[in-house]
Design a protein around this ligand. Structure first.
Ligand code: CP3
Length: 345
């Protein structure tokens, strides 16, 4: 029997609605905090395959999610392209890219040389995960990586990064192109090392208007997807806060589109022309509601999921908050697993 996550991602009917949670390995879990303390920090964990594999497995053991996501960060492969990176707690780059000359500093990524520990983590997980729980490999989307590379750290609106697109258009194109090339090779290497689905996180794409998305980011995403298509693994794209871009997402060679919690799944399906399986989109703050309200909200996402034309993978609409009670996650996963796949009445 095909793993429920893979069946759903391919548009087939799974035995139950698959569920996993963005940031499912993280600080809300006591066992994660313990591993992190003994490792000495987040980056040390990502660079030590046994520890990265261990924290990837922790939420699977505790909750029985239908997919595991590689424990790493969207910024990690940039170290293999010559960028110095630290975390505090988000990514910090002390020498950000600010000019066309800086863009040329970015080396091409050779995954075996640059991030061998990520590939080793994938190999361990491919051995240790149950057959019906596939490993999702991932990368950051070119524009989202550009945001951190130019700004040097997270901000609310990435004004310098957006200004770079306007003041240094050729250099911005060159940067997006180099990132697309690097991430295509990086994702391919993860699949060859055992990842059975690949996801592109575009956390900040919602800052772009539709014409800029169409001109700059869409071609970069499509380049990555086209490179990966022949591998035959499901491809997921998450344009966070991207409802206004959905009509431009139509036609991309992805299988699954992630939807944040602001947009109802039915509305996203309509705007996306029913072309994709949708993943999402419970508001992570609902995990702080009383259990009865959590279950009502989960049922409402499940109902919406049953109405989708190609299918549904249950997830939150963005990453889980570190203050979340793990027992609420257990209740949520149990509810999704108990739900009928198709409406019976
Ligand atoms: O469980 C998983 O989802 C897998 C691992 C994962 C991490 N980061 C681990 C992490 C994944 C898929 C990511 C992706 C990521 N990283 C994104 C895209 C998804 C999104 O949230 O929009 C982005 C934008 C980043 C950049 C990043 N890394 C930020 C903003 C932060 C700070 C987060 C915070 O809560 O303060 C990080 C650090 C980071 N990446 C942590 C983890 C578990 C926290 C590290 C710690 O333990 O201190």
């Amino acid at each position: 029997m095909t793993a429920p996550f893979l069946a759903a991602a391919r548009g087939e009917t799974p035995s139950h609605t698959p569920v996993w949670i963005m940031r499912q390995a993280g600080r809300y879990l006591p066992e994660y905090r313990e591993t992190r303390a003994s490792a000495g920090g987040f980056q040390e964990m990502t660079r030590t395959p046994e520890l990265a594999a261990e924290v990837t497995l922790q939420p699977i053991r505790r909750f029985g999610m239908d997919a595991a996501i590689l424990f790493s960060d969207i910024m990690t492969p940039l170290e293999g392209m010559g960028i110095d990176l630290r975390f505090d707690p988000g990514p910090v780059i002390d020498n950000p890219i600010r000019s066309a000359d800086d863009v040329k500093r970015l080396r091409a990524l050779d995954p075996d040389e640059g991030v061998p520990f990520v590939l080793e983590t994938c190999r361990i997980l491919a051995r240790e995960l149950p057959e019906n729980v596939p490993l999702i490999g991932f990368a950051g989307a070119p524009f989202t990586l550009l945001c951190y590379l130019i700004e040097g750290h997270g901000t609310k609106s990435f004004v310098q990064a957006r200004a770079f697109l306007r003041s240094e258009l050729d250099a911005a194109r060159e940067l997006l192109d180099r990132l697309a090339h690097g991430m295509a090779l990086y994702l391919e290497a993860q699949a060859r090392a055992g990842a059975r689905a690949l996801m592109i996180f575009d956390s900040w794409v919602g800052l772009l208007d539709a014409p800029t998305f169409r001109a700059l980011e869409r071609p970069a995403i499509e380049r990555i997807l086209t490179h990966l298509r022949p591998l035959g693994v499901p491809l997921l794209y998450f344009p966070n806060q991207g409802a206004h871009l959905h009509h431009e997402v139509v036609g991309l060679h992805a299988d699954v589109i992630g939807v944040d919690w602001r947009t109802p799944l039915e509305a996203a399906d309509e705007a996306l022309g029913g072309q994709f399986v949708l993943q999402g989109n419970l508001d992570p703050s609902i995990l702080f509601a009383p259990p009865e309200s959590l279950l009502v909200a989960a049922d409402s996402v499940l109902d919406a999921g049953r109405s989708l034309r190609r299918g549904h993978i249950f997830n939150l609409g963005h990453g889980i908050d570190k203050r979340t009670d793990p027992d609420q996650v257990a209740r949520l996963v149990e509810r999704v697993h108990a739900a009928p796949v198709r409406a019976t009445g």
